[in-house]
Design a protein around this ligand. Structure first.
Ligand code: EPZ
Length: 427
């Protein structure tokens, strides 16, 4: 298994291209199942999760082809996804266990084919992550759902019926599954307490381009008038706000300055607000987002993760790495997932002073981090090891980097181009 070796202590200077958002690309790819016309997606990042979704769609009979140059201004790949001849309705355990987002094929399959058999995604390192809210909402729309042998067996022989769904808690995947299911349902569906993450707005924009009738995009109430069929569409995936925030922290934690090309400042308001209070400077220029440390030192700031537009949970581990070297203390509270502090014991190994009490962690800053062999446990925890390694004295060796490859494209290339001493080694 690959490892990543970092010799820390160098400040980063240079340019990093921000890719298309993983958490937009995955539901967008699933959306192709709604139409018998091709969907052209551009600015797709080159990530393990995209390959897994491609495999799943191919198993379902979708013809996925990779095209050449992306439209001007986008660096990602262009895929054409044609679900004209969908031959299957089963999302097998082997694929779903590798990537929980596979459950996003449930709504599209059910609303267009009237059937779906999707493996229940197991838990993962950060929490049990049930999909009960997805299923309850689909049952409200008339689906008959049975859970047997670890699979969701869903039927809607006469199609789904529009209704008023109100989510008791904000769920990104639940909102995406129901939004896609509603596009071909009979009548009107209103989704209350809908998640407002930008990736959902991007999905809604693509669905409208395919012929869906959606109102309230960007708000917590989405109103969908079902249509008979969907058409062909072209859509460019929006830039990855979590990748943007991650490399902004890389600039801050090493005391450098990085130009993030293709980043959109409007997608990371809460991250900019918090990092600015820490002492990080953001300058939106016509060539990209310039990020640097202001006057040299970083200040400890308290943080609570929240659904969008609050501070994203997917940036919590990266922020914690930054707080280990800031002046003073920081209290970090994780409100979205029940077990998203797996990075703490690894940061301890590097000399960080962090005390976890339930859903909160107190970080006492001003620590001189020292390099150490550490273990990646989930996608964002593993990138917080990279960030700490960039700031630490000595060598950090990160194991199980397959977690990283799920969500960060060419991470070591992007960082070494800015002066980091980082390489991928075969274990
Ligand atoms: C999406 O996961 C993202 N993944 C996650 O990013 C992100 O952390 C999360 O949203 C929150 O923003 C993708 O978009 C592919 P949720 P999702 O449904 O949809 C509970 C990353 O690092 N819940 O909003 O699975 C759930 O347990 C990943 O890129 C239920 O209880 O998240 C959690 O506590 C990690 N029942 C909370 O809601 C349900 O039916 C939020 O989950 C659904 C969710």
């Amino acid at each position: 298994m690959d490892q990543i070796k970092i010799r820390g202590g160098k400040s980063l200077h240079g340019t990093i291209h921000i890719g298309g958002a993983k958490n937009a690309a995955l539901p967008l790819m699933a959306a192709c199942l709604l139409s018998d016309q091709p969907l052209n997606l551009s600015n797709l990042p080159h990530l393990a999760d995209i390959a897994t979704m491609t495999n799943l769609l191919t198993e379902l009979g979708v013809n996925v082809s990779m095209n050449g140059a992306a439209p001007a201004g986008y660096a990602g790949r262009v895929f054409t996804l044609d679900a004209k001849k969908t031959t299957d309705i089963i999302a097998p355990y082997e694929l779903v266990r590798k990537m929980r987002a596979s459950v996003l094929v449930l709504g599209p399959l059910l609303t267009r084919q009237g059937r779906a058999r999707v493996s229940l995604p197991g838990g993962c390192a950060i929490g049990t992550r049930p999909v009960d809210l997805h299923l309850k909402a689909l049952e409200q729309m008339g689906a008959v759902i049975e859970l047997k042998e670890g699979y969701i067996d869903a039927k809607a022989e006469n199609g789904l019926k529009g209704c008023h769904v109100i989510f008791p808690m904000v769920t990104v995947g639940g909102t995406e599954n129901i939004l896609m299911a509603a596009t071909l349902a009979q009548g009107e569906t209103v989704i209350g307490n809908a998640a407002r993450e930008p990736e959902i707005g991007d999905l809604a924009k693509c669905l409208v381009a395919m012929g869906a009738k959606i109102e309230g995009i960007g708000t917590d109430t989405l109103k969908v008038q079902g249509v008979k069929k969907m058409n062909q569409a072209d859509h460019a995936v929006l830039p990855d706000r979590i990748e943007t925030g991650t490399y902004a922290v890389a600039a801050a934690i090493t005391g450098g300055e990085i130009l993030l090309k293709g980043a959109r400042l409007d997608l990371i308001d809460a991250v900019v607000d918090v990092l600015s209070r820490v002492g990080v400077e953001f300058e939106d220029t016509d060539t990209g987002l310039r990020v640097s440390r202001t006057n040299g030192n970083l200040k400890g700031v308290d943080l609570m993760t929240e659904p969008y537009p609050g501070f994203p949970t997917d940036m919590q581990a990266q922020f914690m790495a930054l707080m280990t070297v800031a002046d003073g203390a920081s209290m970090i509270t994780e409100t979205i997932f029940e077990n998203r502090f797996m990075h703490v014991p690894e940061l301890h190994r590097m000399g960080a002073d962090i005390n976890v009490q339930g859903r909160s962690a107190i970080v006492r800053g001003n620590q001189k981090l020292s390099g150490a062999p550490v273990m990646a446990t989930d996608l964002r925890a593993s990138v917080s090891m990279v960030l700490a390694g960039l700031a630490a004295e000595g060598e950090t060796l990160i194991n199980r980097v397959y977690h990283l490859d799920r969500g960060y494209e060419r991470l070591e290339e992007k960082l070494s181009a800015c002066g980091a001493d980082i390489e991928r080694v075969q274990a």
